[in-house]
Design a protein around this ligand. Structure first.
Ligand SMILES: N=C(N)NCCC[C@H](NC(=O)CCC(=O)O)C(=O)O
Length: 448
């Protein structure tokens, strides 16, 4: 095998907090104003990265962003020195300061959509940072995400980093959380599966009634065009709007795919039978045999899937072709889910090993194992062209842990977001991090 999937996990930033910012994401709204522990959040994320690295999987790291985002606060009319900007926002609009302080870039499944070189017309790996237009606190991520991706995937012979789509609800784009790629081998041509919540320009598609659909059909189509994907290598599906209304705010809360396997709930997509048939037919045309693993509603309900985050799992291919499923601790606490997992792993099917991780700090904001990682399938020569400072190693793990230990607080409440020291702490930490990860100047405070 000469090609690999590299998982780039988001390193949790120093301002990780619970501000109830994501209407439609049940965990986020139900933990509003809970006290967070940024240090523990970062350590939990690093522990997952290290464990998967130790198991022999290729692992990378995506750096956090500068928060609070003073530049966004200035655009909203808060003025003066950086400290005064934060103080004025804290006094006049604490909810806006909370949004500008979110560490939400940790969920790197939303950082970008990635098409491996096997699928694209120019045979480069393409990235489109997601505009995350549905939520203000996430809509401010894409400029820094783009600079980070450019610093990591700088070699233009192998990589192409696009601009985010126009930041408007018609092109609402949430990145890889709504995108799965099927293939026989990671470097062969594959089938890219785009899942949308609603259509912006076509009234024939249904839409959820209670919670917002964050991803549009038109955004999916634009990304496919930008990346130079062929029609035969793309499948579009609409997420069942009833599941969005039940708290499935991204497709990766109801399904996950890897290589030729799609692990999904019975109620994931509209016209599910037709969608699975198209995936099977198009994957067969590029030499793959599609294996759908469908979880019946009678065994695990949509509510139990949302509660446990069963589908926000990672499927990782072992050298013998079988797969590990990486699930959050919460799966153990929902009886139907845990017994389903036992049955699944002993069924003789492709998924035969379960690994459980404690990611509670992230989970309380609705971010499980799959939310925390951006997958980039690459050949060995493409991996060699990546900025090596961002690839996990024993040394990088030790260095990052010590860095977290030095710079992070172990307690952050809603009131603490007004603390002017937080901005300085964050900038000092990130300045050091850019040197550790050899990223150059990527943050607004470094670019002035
Ligand atoms: N499913 C995937 N891939 N990602 C999960 C993202 C969780 C994130 N939560 C938040 O942004 C909550 C922040 C707060 O409430 O403080 C969101 O809703 O966008």
């Amino acid at each position: 095998m000469n090609a690999y999937e590299v998982n780039f996990d988001g390193l949790v930033g120093p301002t990780h907090n619970y501000s109830g910012l994501s209407f439609g994401n049940v965990a986020s709204t139900s933990n509003t104003k809970a006290v967070s522990n940024p240090k523990q959040a970062a350590q939990q994320g690093l522990a997952k990265m290290k464990a998967l690295h130790d198991l022999g999987f290729k692992q990378g790291v995506l750096a956090p962003h500068e928060r609070p985002d003073v530049a966004s606060l200035r655009r909203l009319g808060f003025s003066g020195s950086d400290g005064e900007v934060v103080a004025r926002a804290a006094k006049e609009a604490p909810a806006i300061l909370a949004a500008a302080s979110s560490a939400s870039c940790m969920w790197t499944a939303n950082a970008a959509t990635v098409s491996p070189s096997g699928d694209t017309a120019d045979k480069r790996v393409h990235f489109t940072p997601a505009n995350l237009n549905n939520k203000f606190h996430r809509s401010i991520e894409h400029p820094t995400t783009r600079r980070l991706l450019q610093a990591m995937f700088a070699d233009e012979q192998h990589f192409m980093v696009h601009e985010a789509l126009p930041a408007q609800m018609h092109f609402g784009d949430e990145g890889a959380a709504n995108h799965t790629r099927f293939c026989a081998e990671y470097d062969a041509a594959g089938v890219e599966f785009f899942v949308f919540g609603a259509a912006a320009f076509d009234g024939r598609y249904p839409a959820p009634q209670r919670f917002p659909a964050r991803q549009t059909l038109e955004a999916c189509q634009a990304v496919a065009r930008l990346h130079g994907l062929s029609e035969s290598g793309v499948v579009y599906a609409q997420q069942d709007p009833a599941t969005i209304d039940a708290g499935v705010f991204h497709n990766d809360v109801i399904s996950v795919g890897n290589r030729n396997v799609l692990f999904h709930h019975e109620k994931s997509f509209l016209e599910q039978g037709r969608v699975l048939e198209e995936l099977s037919r198009k994957l067969a045309a590029v030499g793959g045999q599609f294996v759908p693993v469908e979880v019946p509603d009678a065994e695990v309900s949509v509510a139990e899937a949302v509660k446990s985050y069963l589908f926000n799992s990672q499927l990782l291919s072992k050298p013998d072709g079988s797969m590990i499923i990486v699930v959050p601790e919460e799966c153990r606490n929902v009886e139907s889910v845990w017994s389903y997992l036992q049955k699944l792993s002993s069924s003789g099917g492709p998924i035969n090993e379960i690994r459980v991780f404690d990611l509670k700090q992230s989970m309380q904001n609705g971010g499980g194992p799959a939310c925390l990682r951006l997958r980039v399938a690459m050949s060995a020569s493409e991996i060699a062209a990546v900025n090596q400072g961002v690839l996990m190693s024993d040394d990088l793990f030790a260095t990052l842990n010590a860095w977290v230990e030095r710079h992070y607080r172990d307690r952050l409440s809603a009131d603490d977001l007004a603390d002017p020291l937080l901005l300085d702490e964050c900038r000092t930490a990130l300045d050091e991090l850019t040197r550790i990860m050899r990223l150059g100047s990527v943050y607004p405070f470094q670019l002035v």
